[in-house]
Structures are given as structure tokens and as C-alpha cells.
Write a protein that binds this ligand. Structure first.
Ligand code: ADP
Length: 636
């Protein structure tokens, strides 16, 4: 127990001593040490040095991607400060001296944990002033072409994540998709960096000079370059490298310059860097800021974690697999079959079919189903119409046969009707003969007799005409008719038969027209049938009891004709059968009259009803729809 207390107190003493020594060291190390002590071990200070300015494409894209990668990969909290080497645009060394002094003073007491250098001019600058600026701070040079790095003057604190341009491969890749190209306009400025690249490109592209004419504009202002590119011949292309400072000494921001070039130029534009890809560039193999940033981010993380920068070696990255802009491929009629097999095509505008595929398919399916249903319906309707026409034709034929069979019945009536005018003609003819035999014939009287003969002749021919029309084989024909008139004509027709059969007919015709639409002959036939049936039903009665009442009336929207007799009526058990074809209780009956009558009335959208009257006898009612003026108008 005591021993334990002793061990505890000596441990406490040792901890206190370490803490005290630390504190003394910290205080005595002066302000620099004090400040890094206060910064905290999980915080790191990073400087990003730009070559041309923070918004100069493509470097801004690289810087953005690298910052994002740093933030993503670094386990430390980063305090990132950015500076731009404006002097890259000029060759004046005095400006650089002032800039170096500024940076040196700024970071004298707070040296950075890492310097990230974006682009070649910044790399050259840092390498030149390394000893004055940050002799001990680790440095990562990136977003730079390997040729722009002086590897020999790198210190053990420096590392490089570089890219490698292969202009010949780039141009050959473009010529593969646009084989008819004869002229390539080179867009590259006049700054020291750009002039360096011009000589590199001239050297690398020399073997292609017999295939294409390469035009250089380094001495021209950008405005003049735009005029030149607007007037390029057909089968020309534009290679966009950069336009930092033009031949007239004017600095340009890459994005704006490219946009202006695109607006005026009449040729496809290709380039080295994906940072420009997205509207103006047709595409091809290009450097990928994202891919380079991933490597740079990884290297930066390792340096911040304590690895010696000089020991980290990475291979220079080549162009990424080719990428093309679908809109530009279409604009310049590039056949997609000519694209390399590993190429990707972006910005493909989906067609209506792509965007609304299932909706369109659904609509098509619905339309097709609808079309099928409609055609089926039309087919059915056609078949129904045909069937209706055929049924009407059959009915007309049957009705015709029925009328013929009735003709025998009507013989007595017709003979009676014809007899009267013929007898009158005969008598008048005899009288005329007598008058003509006299000494002084009365001409006026003879004229009167001749007129009588003509009138009787007309009456006789009317009778024949009526019979003819009844027996005519005519198709079903709907017309505007008056039911009262049809009933009146039928009664006239049967007058003779009534006399012959000793039947008294009382008619009561309503005092207003009953307009209907129908076939006059067929409706006559129905009424004729009903009257003849009524006569048949009373055949066994004494002559004095044979009475038929025929009446017309308007009932609601219908016109009605009723035929009542004084016969035995229709026994209840027969009521259901009398309208079926070939049902007859008469020894010589065909059983067709009522079934045809019902078919005719059905075709007129009417009704035929058989009842027994309260005082005895049968009553047959035929109801047909009345036609109102409005319906007539539409009908016309
Ligand atoms: P048919 O006159 O050739 O018998 P119909 O179809 O005209 O054929 O008549 C069918 C049957 O209906 C008749 O046989 C008869 O039994 C009955 N019938 C028709 N009209 C009357 C009526 N007014 N009174 C009694 N029975 C009738």
C-alpha cells in the first residue's frame, strides 16, 4: 500500500517535469515557434500559387479540382491561401522581385506546410526564388507540362505531378474523325510561355505538314485572329491551345476568348484540355483535371502527413480516353462510326422518344387499342346495317307476298269499286248515242255527258292505280306522311269489301294532322290486315252485328290508330301467339298477317298492341312516334 503511494508520487513528479520543460522551450523559442505551437497539430497551412490569375482557364479548373481533392483526402484542417503570379504575362524581372519580397514578408513568421504550384510559369518562378522564399517548405508542382519543369533544380522538398502533351497524337486523332481537313488554324498567344509552346508544336507537328496547312497567328491581335478564323476555307479546323497575351500585347481570359472564337469561327475546335470541353470544343483525347487532381491530392496528403516530398515520384499523365461533344459532332457532320472505340460521347440531346419513351409507348398502345375497337365497332355497325337492310328487304318481300295473298280477298271489293264507274260509263254512252241520233242534238248536254264519262273513267283508273301500288314490289321507303291520310285511303280501298261482306264501318278521324315518318304502302297494309282480320272474326255473326270502329288519335308523343270489332275477341291463351309467324286459327289462314304487321311497326319504331274490349270484341292499336317540327328540320 505504502509502496504504491510512493510509485504514484514519483510518476506525478515526472509528468510535471516534462510539462514544465515543454513550457520553457515553447516560451524561449520566440514568436515563430510560439505561433506554430498555437496553430495546433491538426491544422495545416497550404499556399496555392497560380500562374496567370485565379480565373484563368484551364488552370482555374485544375486549382479547383486540386483544392477539392485536398479537402477530401487530407485528414487535417487546411488553411489554404491563394496567390497569383501576374508577372507570368510579362517578361519584366523587376515586377518579380517585388512579388518575391511580398511573399517572403508575408510568410516569414508563418511558413506554409505545403506550397502547391499551379502551371509552368509559377513553377519556374518558385524554382528561381526558392532559396529566398520558402527554403524548407515542401512544394508540389502540378498542372504543368513536364517539359516546363527544371527537374535538375528540384530540391529534396520538391515533387512534381505533371502532364505530358503529345501534339502529334492529338492532331492525328482529330484528322481521323475529320479526314477532309486541309487547314488547321493555331490559336496560341505571344507570352513567353506561349512562344515556348509554339516552337514545341512546330517541331512536333512537322511530319503532318504535307497533310495539312498549319497557320500561326502569334503576331496578330486577337481581334485580327478572329477575322482570320471567320474567313477560313471549308475543310478547316481550329486548334485552341491558349490565348494569354496576344500579338498586340493584350491579355485575355481563356474562357471569354474561346467563347468569342466559337461565336465567329466556321470550323470545329479541338484542344489539349478537358477544362475547355463543354460547348465550344468538339473533343478528342484531352488532359483530365479530375484525374490529375486525384494524383496531386494524394501526393499532397502524403506530404502533409510527413513524407519527404522529394521521395514521392509520379509518372507524367497522358491524355485521357477521348471524349466528344455530340452537339458539335452533329454540327460538323462527323460520322460517329469514325470515333475511336474507347471514345465517350457527351451532351447527347435525348430525342422526344428517349425522354418520353414509356409515355409515347403508352399513348401509342392506347391509340392502337382504340383504333382496333373503333374499326371493330365500325365493322359491327356495318354488319348490323347490312343485316338491317337485309331484314327490311326480307320484310318488304314478305309483306309483298302477304299483299298478294290479300289481293284475292280484295277481289270482291275491287270488282265492286270498278263496277260502279264502268256501269255509269255504259249508261252515259247509251244516252249519248240516243242524243246523237236525234235531229238536233243538244251539244251542251252531250258535252256534260262526255265530262261525266271522263270522271267515271278517272275513278276506275284510280281504283286500278291503288291496287297496282298495293301490289307493287317496292323497297322500304320512309317519307313524311299523315296517319289520318293513310287510314282514309285504306278505308276507301276496302269500301267494296265492306259492302260485299255486309260489315258496317264507323270511322272517327281526329281533327288534326298526325304527322309521322313511314312507308305509306306498308302502313296501309298493316291497317288493311287488321280490318280484314276484324271482318274474319265477325264472319259467323249476323250481318246486323258486324261492326268495325276505326279511330285515330294523338296520345302524348304518338299517333294512334285503333281497330275494334264485335267478334269473339282473342282468348287469353292465344294472345302470346297471334304475332308469331304461321300462327293461324283459320282453316285457310297463312298466319303471316300479324307477324308482318308487327315487323313493319317495329321498323317504324312503333308499337302494335292486341287487347280485348270491355264490351266484347278485339281491339288492335298501332302507335307510331309523331314527328315534331324540330325533328323535321334536323332531318332535312
Ligand atoms: P291469319 O289471318 O292468316 O290467320 P294473322 O297473323 O293475321 O294470320 O292472324 C293470326 C291469328 O290471330 C288469327 O288466325 C286469329 O286466330 C287471331 N286474330 C287476328 N285478328 C283477330 C281478331 N280481330 N279477333 C280475334 N282473333 C284474331
Amino acid at each position: 500500500m505504502h509502496g504504491a503511494r510512493r510509485r504514484y508520487s514519483s510518476g506525478l513528479r515526472r509528468t510535471f517535469l516534462v510539462w514544465l520543460v515543454g513550457l520553457v522551450l515553447c516560451v524561449s523559442a520566440g514568436s515563430v515557434f510560439f505561433s506554430s505551437c498555437s496553430y495546433g497539430a491538426d491544422h495545416k497551412r497550404v499556399i496555392i500559387l497560380h500562374s496567370f490569375g485565379r480565373e484563368f482557364r484551364p488552370w482555374n479548373e485544375y486549382a479547383r479540382a486540386i483544392r477539392a481533392e485536398l479537402d477530401r483526402q487530407s485528414p487535417f484542417v487546411l488553411d489554404t491561401q491563394e496567390h497569383s503570379l501576374i508577372t507570368a504575362r510579362s517578361t519584366d524581372p523587376r515586377a518579380e522581385v517585388a512579388f518575391v519580397e511580398y511573399l517572403r514578408t508575408l510568410y516569414l513568421d508563418n511558413p506554409p506546410d505545403l506550397i502547391v504550384v499551379i502551371g509552368a510559369p509559377a513553377a519556374i518562378f518558385i524554382q528561381r526564388y526558392r532559396a529566398q522564399l520558402f527554403p524548407a517548405a515542401p512544394m508540389l508542382i502540378t498542372a504543368v507540362e513536364q517539359r516546363r519543369v527544371q527537374f535538375a533544380s528540384l530540391t529534396e522538398n520538391d515533387t512534381v505531378v505533371a502532364a505530358r502533351h503529345d501534339f502529334r497524337y492529338l492532331f492525328e486523332s482529330f484528322l481521323r474523325i475529320a479526314p477532309r481537313t486541309r487547314v488547321v488554324a493555331m490559336i496560341n498567344g505571344n507570352s513567353p510561355n506561349e512562344l515556348y509552346w509554339q516552337s514545341e508544336m512546330r517541331r512536333e507537328l512537322k511530319p503532318l505538314e504535307d497533310r495539312v496547312e498549319i497557320r500561326w497567328y502569334d503576331k496578330l491581335s486577337f481581334e485580327d485572329i478572329l477575322k482570320q478564323t471567320a474567313a477560313l476555307p471549308p475543310n478547316a479546323a481550329i486548334f485552341w491551345f491558349q490565348m494569354i497575351v496576344d500579338g498586340a500585347g493584350v491579355a485575355h481570359e481563356g474562357d471569354t476568348a474561346l467563347r468569342r472564337l466559337y461565336a465567329s469561327a466556321r470550323a470545329p475546335i479541338f484542344t489539349t484540355d478537358e477544362a475547355f470541353f463543354g460547348r465550344e470544343i468538339i473533343g478528342g483525347p484531352m488532359h483530365s483535371p479530375a484525374a490529375l487532381a486525384r494524383t496531386a491530392g494524394d501526393v499532397a496528403r502524403r506530404i502533409l502527413a510527413g513524407e519527404k516530398a522529394g521521395t514521392i515520384k509520379t509518372a507524367s499523365s497522358d491524355f485521357a480516353p477521348p471524349k466528344y461533344d455530340w452537339r458539335e459532332l452533329r454540327r460538323w457532320n462527323v460520322d460517329e462510326a469514325l470515333l475511336p472505340s474507347d471514345a465517350t460521347v457527351e451532351f447527347r440531346t435525348p430525342s422526344m422518344l428517349d425522354t418520353y419513351r414509356w409515355q409515347i409507348l403508352l399513348v401509342c398502345a392506347v391509340v392502337l387499342i382504340q383504333a382496333a375497337l373503333i374499326s371493330r365497332l365500325l365493322h359491327e355497325q356495318r354488319r348490323r346495317r347490312l343485316a338491317e337492310v337485309q331484314a327490311r328487304q326480307r320484310m318488304s318481300e314478305l309483306a309483298h307476298v302477304n299483299r298478294y295473298s290479300m289481293a284475292g280477298e280484295l277481289t270482291a271489293s275491287i270488282a265492286h269499286e270498278l263496277n260502279q264507274p264502268l256501269a255509269a260509263i255504259h249508261t252515259n254512252a247509251e244516252s249519248m248515242e240516243l242524243m246523237l241520233g236525234s235531229v238536233a242534238p243538244d251539244i251542251a248536254e252531250i258535252r256534260q255527258i262526255t265530262a261525266d264519262i271522263r270522271r267515271d273513267d278517272e275513278r276506275a283508273s284510280e281504283v286500278i292505280q291503288r291496287l297496282r301500288s298495293l301490289l307493287k314490289k317496292a323497297p322500304f321507303e320512309i317519307r313524311d306522311i299523315d296517319l289520318n291520310a293513310v287510314v282514309g285511303e285504306t278505308i276507301e280501298f276496302l269500301a267494296g269489301l265492306m259492302v260485299a261482306r255486309n260489315v258496317e264501318l264507323r270511322s272517327s278521324i281526329v281533327d288534326e294532322p298526325l304527322p309521322i315518318r313511314g312507308d305509306r304502302i306498308q302502313l296501309q297494309q298493316v291497317i288493311l290486315n287488321l280490318i280484314v282480320n276484324a271482318m274474319d272474326a265477325m264472319a259467323d255473326l249476323p250481318s246486323a252485328d258486324r261492326k268495325i270502329a276505326i279511330a285515330t288519335s294523338r296520345i302524348g308523343g304518338s299517333a294512334e290508330v285503333s281497330i275494334s270489332d264485335c267478334g269473339p275477341g282473342i282468348p287469353e291463351e292465344r294472345r302470346a301467339n297471334i304475332f308469331t309467324p304461321f300462327y293461324s286459327t283459320k282453316p285457310d289462314g297463312m298466319g303471316l298477317g300479324l307477324s308482318i304487321a308487327r315487323t313493319i311497326i317495329d321498323a317504324h319504331e312503333g308499337q302494335i298492341i292486341a287487347e280485348n274490349a270491355v264490351g266484347g270484341g278485339a281491339v288492335f292499336r298501332v302507335r307510331l312516334p309523331l314527328f315534331r317540327p324540330r325533328e323535321r328540320r334536323t332531318d332535312r
